[in-house]
Write a protein that binds this ligand. Structure first.
Ligand code: EPZ
Length: 417
């Protein structure tokens, strides 16, 4: 699928943000921990959600859209059988079935998860943690088999504050006998939302949002209803889109407090906003000043917004240093921006220098991964002439109809299947 964008249209209006991709994905996995019905609202229609639901259904679970953005899931009839490898390969989040399935079944085989090609994304943080809870695992080339004779709570120290490893271990610990204490846990808003979901099911979890989380396992978990938090990455994407195109747009139904560091960095560059408890409106469209952008685990600048800072840097006065400290191949989109006229020096796998402001010119470019794709869409809106983005279906993995949102703002974008 391609997006065709004719750039430099005046953009005005409001974008409403939906539920967080990286919150709903672990929450879908967490529904495995009960045989009762779970109703989850504010769920975006994105292909990663559909894939996770297909995996559940392939295992005997039932999952349906009970209204436009609401899921009703019941895993009473879940059976232990190998996962459909084609589905598992489509996304990283399939790894999140590991913890919950180990609570339901004493052995489980998982194929190699897929997901954005943005660097080496090891699973050892997950497996070392699960081993502490009593799991034995063996890796062969394509598969991972995990067994246990009863999960037992333990002290787990993560070598790195891995988001999905933290989530997997929390879910497994809910089914372990005794207390599990996770140190160096990830604090991201979506980890906090997963914990809120589990607590509403009856789990005993303390410390969500801090680097030390304590889970008292062995509670039987019931069904629940839950509204997914708003997606901070989608919100940040639209805010930076507005700044790059010098548009006074509003982004609503979001959590500004989940983007404190991002908004503070943008203010230091000269951006000005009107902020309420659930919205951000851009009020200044003057030339922004370059700064240093270093991605960090939460509450630092999220790696998922690094490509958006990269494209914004092309329209910013001075030289921006991008230091992508988490992933070692998440700068590929900069080559595509160079084709459009950006002034880029890639220093190494983690760092690049972008000097602006430079005009961008419409070109045929390629979408490398989900958030890089968003940056290329922004570049197309900024550029003069026509931009064609190939492999744009990747954007549907994380943004519900991003083209519809842009059309309401006045962009000239169309989807070519
Ligand atoms: C999750 O991936 C997200 N995916 C990713 O979002 C996100 O980029 C990433 O967390 C980081 O926030 C989901 O939640 C489904 P990690 P995950 O294990 O869990 C290194 C998107 O576009 N690292 O947290 O696989 C680590 O080695 C996707 O929505 C450190 O170096 O990521 C790995 O290379 C892309 N030090 C990378 O960071 C640390 O303290 C991310 O690891 C923690 C991690």
């Amino acid at each position: 699928m391609k997006f065709v964008i004719n750039g430099q249209k005046k953009l005005t209006g409001t974008v409403r943000v939906l539920g967080a991709k990286n919150a709903i994905l672990p929450i879908i996995a967490a529904t495995v921990l009960t045989e009762n019905e779970c109703v989850i609202s504010n769920v975006p229609h994105i292909s990663d959600v559909e894939t996770m639901l297909q995996i559940l259904r392939s295992m005997g679970g039932s999952a349906r859209w009970s209204s436009e953005h609401e899921l009703t899931i019941c895993n009473r009839a879940l059976a232990c059988k190998p996962l459909d490898q084609k589905l598992v390969k489509r996304l990283r989040a399939s790894v999140l079935f590991l913890g919950p399935f180990l609570v339901r079944f004493t052995s489980f085989t998982l194929g190699e998860p897929g997901g954005c090609i943005i660097g080496n994304r090891p699973l050892d943080t997950h497996l070392d943690g699960l081993a502490k809870l009593g799991c034995v695992w063996k890796h062969n080339d394509a598969f991972l088999s995990v067994t246990h004779t009863g999960l037992v709570g333990a002290d787990v120290v993560l070598r790195e504050a891995s988001v999905t490893a933290t989530e997997n271990i929390i879910m497994a610990a809910c089914g372990a006998r005794g207390i599990t204490k996770i140190k160096n846990a990830a604090c991201e808003p979506h980890v906090q939302d997963l914990c809120a979901f589990l607590i509403s099911m009856g789990a005993a979890i303390e410390g969500a949002g801090t680097s030390e989380i304590t889970i008292t396992g062995g509670k039987s978990l019931s069904g629940t209803t839950h509204a997914v938090i708003s997606d901070p990455i989608d919100a940040g994407t639209y805010i930076m889109l507005g700044l790059a195109t010098k548009s006074k747009i509003s982004v609503t139904r979001m959590r500004p407090d989940h983007l404190d560091t991002v908004l503070e960095t943008l203010r230091s560059m000269g951006a000005r906003f009107d902020i309420t408890k659930d919205s951000v409106t851009i009020t200044n469209t003057g030339l922004l000043q370059a700064t240093k952008i270093e991605t960090r685990i939460y509450p630092g600048i999220p790696t998922d917004l690094q490509p958006l800072f990269g494209v914004l840097a092309t329209q910013t006065q001075g030289t921006t240093l991008i230091n992508e400290t988490l992933f070692e191949s998440r700068l590929g989109y900069l080559q595509e921006l160079e084709k459009m006229g950006a002034s880029v020096v890639i220093s190494d796998a983690h760092r690049a220098l972008i000097t602006g402001p430079t005009p961008l010119y419409g070109r045929s470019i390629d979408c490398k991964d989900l958030r890089a794709g968003a940056a290329l869409v922004v570049a197309g809106l900024v550029a003069s002439g026509q931009t064609v983005i190939d492999h744009a279906e990747i954007l549907d993995r994380g943004y519900e109809h991003i083209d519809h949102a842009l059309l309401t703002l006045g962009a000239d974008i169309r989807r070519i299947e």
